[in-house]
Design a protein around this ligand. Sequence first.
Ligand code: AMP
Length: 213
Amino acid sequence: MTQPLTIALSKGRILDDTLPLLAEAGIHPAEDIHKSRKLIFDTNHDHIKLVVIRATDVPTYVEYGAADLGISGKDVLMEYNSPNLCEPLDLKIATCRLMTAALKDRELPAGRLKVATKFTGVAKRYFAEQGRQVDIIKLYGGMELAPIMGLADLIVDIVDTGNTLRANGLEPRDLISDVSSRLVASRASMKVKYNQIQPIIDSMAAAVARRDQ
Ligand code: AMP
């Protein structure tokens, strides 16, 4: 018998790009995810279920084996930073950039910088690599406000069109990483459930490749 298999999807912006790609890979939820308050969905495959959770919780579900596969932004995976996870496929959806940003035309202070972000782990590693002394200030949203209010010199945030930064008098400065959504699995389940997981990776890889043509 085919073992059950669960794929954890990130709620929000990524989901809008994920569902069409899943459909192209032949995986269709049994009902409209956007119209339901449910968190678990059956699919057209008897053994495949989808769970829809907060983007930042997807790596946790996958690492602990509660979900077999996940779809996560590279930004979330960089912040989660677990050696137990692997990224078997770049889905090339929900692309954006993880960047530093500051008030437009404002020179940064020479000494220690105050950096506000929800990506505290990424920011710590990035500025350590740059050899720059920083104080990292954890925020949960609305990062753009921090430089305006004098809470921080710099923010680390996701930039897509740059409209949010511009609307708040900020400008992008340095690129930390390009971001796209990735298929994520745990190294352990890739071994134990290889026969289940690999066909899904293959069909999603084929869907991504067809889009590239
Ligand atoms: P924008 O104004 O187009 O630069 O979009 C910036 C905001 O949209 C950021 O503050 C993010 O919160 C959000 N955003 C844009 N693209 C993504 C993405 N691919 N994944 C997650 N958040 C995103």
